[in-house]
Design a binder for this molecule. Structure first.
Ligand code: ATP
Length: 279
């Protein structure tokens, strides 16, 4: 990526009393990239994201987001950022349409609220009061509020927690649309490996306030090819060249190898290895 990164973080630290929440974190997110921050409870995801949003102070480190230090950023900068937090505010008596229109007024170049409501799949609920929405519908409204200002960079903190599988997949389609045609840079935090694998160009695994791996989902899995396990009726072997082993076995058995299975490590295996007892 030749453009200036959308996010550049070096040596970020944040402590709360004796708790080191972020312990010297480095991260780059290129313009137009979708990066997933994946890690167990308490790893420092929310603290990191909120520092990047300008909503928490840091103790040390250099942070640049869309060319500015979020700790000293102005309204112009804020208008280029979209935020979907874990715990959004109370909009109880407003309708979906009123909420999105209201937020649109804060931005210089907002999207048409009706189009945004359609994009998040809430057209049928446009005149419903926010307090009557289901959890998943409320989350989609949160995304609508996060994107109505036409952000160049969108932060999503655990956006699909509590979604049913179908709602999660619809949500993933929406994020892909925003990143693809919309050209939006996205940093999302998640506990869900499948979500990181489905959406992210890169996965940054965070444990104990540090990035312990940062690669494409395929490269993370590829790292572990040495642990491909080949099993057959009377044997089991780990190998980095399963094809050669199977060829040898085929010769040994003079044909089909009985009860042959080949299991490649999944992203989950790699992730569990990386986080160790960090969870
Ligand atoms: N306001 C706070 N005061 C004190 N400690 C805090 C505060 N916020 C976070 N922490 C601590 O900092 C560490 C990192 O928390 P953080 O919320 O950033 O993690 P996380 O990765 O987002 O976790 P989760 O996945 O559970 O949301 C945890 O040990 C947490 O208890």
């Amino acid at each position: 990526m030749t453009e200036t990164p959308a996010i550049r973080v070096r040596g970020l630290r944040r402590t709360y009393g004796d708790t080191v929440a972020v312990a010297g974190l480095d991260l780059d997110v290129g313009a137009g990239e979708v990066v997933a921050l994946l890690g167990p409870n308490g790893a420092g995801k929310t603290t990191t994201i909120e520092i990047l949003e300008g909503h928490r102070h840091r103790d040390a480190g250099a942070v640049n987001v869309l060319g500015h230090d979020p700790a000293h950023a102005d309204l112009d900068w804020r208008a280029r950022i979209g935020i979907v937090t874990q715990d959004s505010g109370d909009l109880g008596e407003l309708t979906v349409h009123e909420s999105v229109s209201h937020f649109a007024h804060y931005y210089p170049r907002p999207h048409d609220p009706e189009q945004v409501i359609e994009l998040v799949g809430l057209t049928a609920k446009a005149t419903a009061r926010v307090r009557t929405l289901s959890g998943g519908q409320r989350r989609r409204l949160d995304v609508a509020l996060g994107i109505v200002g036409r952000p160049r960079l969108l932060f999503l903190d655990e956006p699909t927690t509590g979604f049913d599988p179908q709602a999660r997949r619809r949500f993933w389609d929406l994020i892909r649309q925003l990143a693809g045609a919309g050209g939006c840079t996205i940093l999302l935090s998640t506990h869900y490996l499948q979500e990181a694998e489905a959406l992210a160009d890169r996965v940054a695994v965070i444990v104990g306030g540090r990035i312990v791996a940062d690669a494409t989902p395929a490269a993370l899995v590829g790292r572990a090819t040495a642990r491909t396990v080949v099993r057959w009726s009377d044997g089991r072997q780990e190998t980095d060249d399963p094809a050669a082993l199977i060829a040898t076995l085929t010769t040994r058995y003079g044909g089909a190898v009985p009860e042959l299975t080949v299991s490649r490590p999944s992203l989950e295996d790699v992730y569990l290895d990386l986080i160790g007892d960090g969870s």
